[in-house]
Design a protein around this ligand. Structure first.
Ligand SMILES: [Mg+2]
Length: 174
């Protein structure tokens, strides 16, 4: 992609010889291909992906397809790897790497999440545990995104939700 930058200043600046600077010229970067920054995301399983698997599948596919890295970071211990891989596969969840807590991990779960965020130099961790989010925010450069339970449906949307449900029900029985 070429980037064309227009330098326009008013009034046009002049050189010490009284000549006008060109008001429009190609930027020195114009012939270079912009460098893409690869983002590294960490996403928890239990209470996070498991709470909204369809949404995470869509998000993760978009992240991976645009060249980013997605680490699934779970405090399930490494002895459960096969079961966990199977679970993610059944949900259609792709990932760059599945990082599990070592069986002999001597410290706390927040310590484990912090260690992974630092080792993989993640930009963001999405997790449902407050303690993990706080630990990551305070002890790493990453941003922690706290997965909250869906709030209860507001009264004013109840009617709309029921109508949507009826439409979905009709569509599935047609
Ligand atoms: Mg969790």
């Amino acid at each position: 992609m070429l980037v064309w930058v227009q330098y326009v200043e008013f009034p046009p600046p002049t050189t010490e010889y009284g000549e006008e600077w060109p008001t429009e010229r190609e930027s020195p970067e114009a012939s270079k291909v912009p460098v893409k920054t690869i983002l590294r995301f960490g996403i928890d399983i239990d209470g996070t992906i498991s709470r909204a698997p369809k949404h995470f599948k869509r998000l993760i596919n978009a992240l991976l397809d645009s060249g980013n890295l997605v680490y699934i970071v779970t405090a399930r211990d490494a002895g459960r790897r096969e079961e966990t891989e199977q679970f993610l596969y059944s949900m259609g969840i792709r990932y760059t790497r599945l990082v599990m807590k070592p069986i002999d991990w001597p410290y706390s779960v927040p310590d484990f999440k912090v260690a992974v965020v630092k080792e993989k130099d993640l930009h963001m961790l999405i997790d449902d545990e407050e303690a993990n989010c706080w630990a990551v925010e305070q002890r790493t450069r990453a941003l922690a995104a706290h997965m909250l339970p869906a709030p209860p449906l507001l009264e004013e949307f109840r009617d709309l939700a029921e109508r949507l449900e009826a439409v979905k029900h009709k569509a599935s029985s047609d």
